[in-house]
Design a protein around this ligand. Structure first.
Ligand code: ATP
Ligand code: MG
Length: 702
């Protein structure tokens, strides 16, 4: 600056001049300094102005950017953003999402009230928010979020999530952010439904496991118990909390060896299913048979995470199996014995018949007659034994008479008491006079006598020997039918014969009903008594059971079906004397030649004319071809080609008034029995005494 160079020259001139000039110079200098200061000041202001101008431009730009950003954010928001006037609820601004969500075109928003969109009676006011919403410091605003319903332009309501916040504006405004949550709701509802379905199916599954009839236990992969169901507790006596965390080896009975468990582990750890019968030990130390199945449970990577074990208690099944085998065995023995008895019966019929005829010979010495009588009595002893065998095999015929049980038992006991040693006390409790069964009194009496005789033998040698006979009504329960699945009748008369004798061991129990099983000395017992009782009771549709008696002894229960209304009697025949014929014609039909010829001779000696046929078919053919007068047909039941019952039916079709008499040594099964009973024909058991035969014939012809 030019004046800076002038100032030193002025001051040199000053020293040589007057004061006036000095003052003027100083004043000038002062002015120059002031000017210099003013110049500096103005340059600073100009800088500041530039700076302020620059900042203003930057702020304007930032504001513009921010506005653009806000607009973009608002416009691109997925949720509807509505700025609402706080006074009257008019919508001031609505973003494009609002157009999409509510379905109103852009021009329709002008002056629209928010109540049209959200009519649910919500208080959309700042004052309300101030009262009801708490300020969110993190958001720096007052804020409320609710789920409610909104109304679309097309009239349908849809669920929304509404967020209200107070805007710090003048005039006062609210911002409403609306999110359409229809999809979310649908998804949540669907999810909830699925969760509910799954929960209920899981509940069902866990209930099924819990209530399963098998004991179920789940262990981890090391065998530590994690879960047991209720049946486990029922079978083993262990409560869940007593076994969880422990090892299933607490159930080991010691009946399976180490190798057995080693094989089991080898199988299940290799991922395979394992099953075996085992004997397990309950908490109280008792054992039970079980069918144990173990399956490994694997994760997605096929790693074993758990084992699940199922225990099926086999106690009942084992008993049933044993009963089944026992029944099968008895059936097989019965069939064999029945077959042999049948053959013997026919032979005995021949022997006794021939004896009868032989006795008519002249000039028989007394000695020969005695021998013959001996043969006859031995034959009838043999026949009695065979009757027992037939009774066991249920192949003998069974009469069907009404038996008033109380009277019947009292009579039998009276008879039997005489033969009992005096030392034995025979007691009885026989009330229920009204009880009656339908059956064969002779067979049942023999059964009762056999049981009393067995009791007598069992108490020999014990102190105060006692036999007690009791009759009670009995209504079968489920367990009875489980033991006797072949029975269906519910109401029985139960005859119980109890003694305080030696008792029956479990080993004996397996065999006592088999024919010829005896523990008695040779000559003291044949072993046929109980087998006869067994067969007799079964052929009456009943059952027999043996129960131990404490402290010692045995109790035999006979269950006989009580008589039902409508049951009727078949009258017995008394055979005590020979009754002769009056020349009537009898057709004799039998496939056994020896029986045929012997019985023919007997009938002829009794005064009958006899025509013979070797089977049912031949007999029927005879009636087809001849009109001869035949008064009675004596038919064997079991014959080749055509049996007795069928033949009788065909003959009756042709000759309705013909009298029929059946003879059998065998095979009166139920059906035959019924058919015969219905026809009213009599049945004669082979081998028959001549007296009985003669009585039966007279009775049939009467
Ligand atoms: N009341 C009882 N107490 C103990 N054991 C019995 C009793 N009844 C029968 N037993 C046993 O059952 C076996 C078979 O009996 P069962 O009546 O069939 O033949 P038995 O009495 O030996 O000979 P039988 O009756 O033919 O003369 C008997 O030998 C005996 O061991
Ligand atoms: Mg006996």
């Amino acid at each position: 600056m030019w004046y800076r160079h002038c100032l030193p020259c002025l001051s040199m001139m000053n020293s040589g001049r007057n004061e006036e000039q000095n003052r003027r110079i100083q004043a000038l200098e002062q002015q120059v300094r002031l000017l210099e200061e003013a110049l500096k000041q103005s340059s600073r202001i100009r800088d500041q102005w530039h700076e302020a101008n620059r900042q203003l431009t930057a702020s304007r730009q930032a504001l513009k950017n921010s506005e653009t950003l806000h607009r973009q954010v608002t416009n691109s928001s997925f949720d509807a953003i509505l700025i609402v006037d706080d006074d009257d609820g008019t919508i001031c601004t609505a973003n494009p999402a609002a157009v999409r969500i509510f379905g109103y075109p852009a021009q329709a928003w002008e002056g629209m009230n928010i109540a049209i969109l959200i009519p649910q009676g919500l208080e959309l006011k700042r004052s309300h928010l101030y009262q009801n919403a708490s300020p969110r410091e993190d958001l720096g605003t007052i804020f409320q979020q609710v789920e409610t319903e909104a109304l679309h332009n097309d009239g349908h309501a849809f669920p929304i999530e509404l967020t209200l916040s107070v805007l710090d504006t003048s005039p006062p405004r609210l911002m409403a952010t609306v999110r359409d949550i229809s999809e979310r709701k649908r998804f949540v509802d669907e999810l909830e439904n699925r969760v509910q379905e799954r929960t209920s199916s899981l509940k069902k599954l866990s209930e099924a496991v819990e209530q399963a009839p098998e004991a179920i236990l789940i262990t981890d992969c090391f065998g530590t118990i994690e879960y047991v169901n209720k049946t486990f507790t029922k079978f083993t006596g262990y409560e869940a909390n007593e076994v969880i965390g422990r090892n299933p080896r607490i159930l080991k009975s010691g009946q399976q060896d180490v190798q057995f468990y080693a094989r089991m582990w080898e199988t299940i750890t290799s991922g395979q299913h394992w099953q075996s019968r085992v004997v397990e030990r309950r908490k109280n130390g008792t054992f039970y048979p079980a069918l144990l199945s173990i399956s490994p449970i694997m994760d997605n990577e096929k790693n074993i995470t758990h084992f699940v074990g199922y225990h099926q208690d086999m106690t009942d099944l084992q008993i049933l199996e044993e009963q089944f085998h026992q029944a099968q065995k008895m059936e097989a023995v019965g069939a064999m014995v029945g077959g042999i008895a049948h053959e013997f019966n026919n032979m005995l019929a021949g022997i006794t018949g021939n004896l009868y005829l032989a006795k008519f010979q002249d000039d028989l010495s007394q000695e020969t007659t005695d021998f013959m009588n001996n043969i006859e009595s031995l034959s009838f002893n043999a026949a009695e034994m065979i009757q027992q065998l037939l009774a066991f095999s249920r192949k003998g015929s069974v009469a069907r008479r009404t038996i008033p049980l109380a009277v019947f038992c009292k009579e039998t006991l009276k008879l039997q008491a005489i033969s009992l040693p005096e030392s034995i006390t025979l007691r009885s409790a026989i009330a229920h006079d009204e009880m009656a069964v339908k059956g064969d009194p002779i067979l049942l009496q023999q059964a009762l006598i056999n049981l009393i005789n067995n009791a007598r033998d069992a108490v020999s040698g014990v102190d105060d020997p006692e036999i007690f006979v009791e009759i009670t009504p009995y209504t079968a329960e489920k367990s009875f039918f489980e033991r006797h699945s072949e029975l269906s009748v519910r109401h029985f008369a139960r005859i119980s014969i109890t003694d305080n004798g030696c008792g029956v061991t479990p080993e004996q129990l397996e065999h006592i009903f088999e024919p010829f099983y005896t523990t008695k000395e040779v000559g003291k017992g044949t072993g046929l008594g109980l087998s006869m009782v067994y067969g007799a009771v079964r052929s009456h549709g009943g059952a027999i059971e043996v129960a131990p008696v404490e402290p010692h002894g045995a109790c035999f229960h006979l269950y006989l079906p009580l008589m039902e209304e409508g049951d009727h009697d078949v009258l017995p025949v008394k055979a005590d004397k020979i009754m002769r014929g009056c020349g009537e014609t009898i057709m004799l039909v039998d496939d056994d030649e020896s029986v045929l010829s012997t019985v023919q001779s007997i009938l002829e000696t009794l005064g009958y004319i006899v025509i013979t046929a070797c089977d049912g078919q031949e007999a029927v053919d005879f009636f087809e071809q001849h009109d001869d007068e035949v008064h009675l047909v004596l038919l064997d039941l079991m014959m080749p080609r055509l049996g007795g019952v069928d033949a009788a039916q065909l003959i009756k079709q042709r000759r309705p008034n013909i009298r029929i008499l059946f003879a059998t040594g065998y095979d009166l099964n139920k059906t035959l029995n019924m058919d015969i009973e219905e026809s009213g024909a009599l049945v004669l058991n082979k081998p028959f005494k001549i007296t009985t035969l003669s009585q039966f014939i007279r009775r049939s012809l009467a």
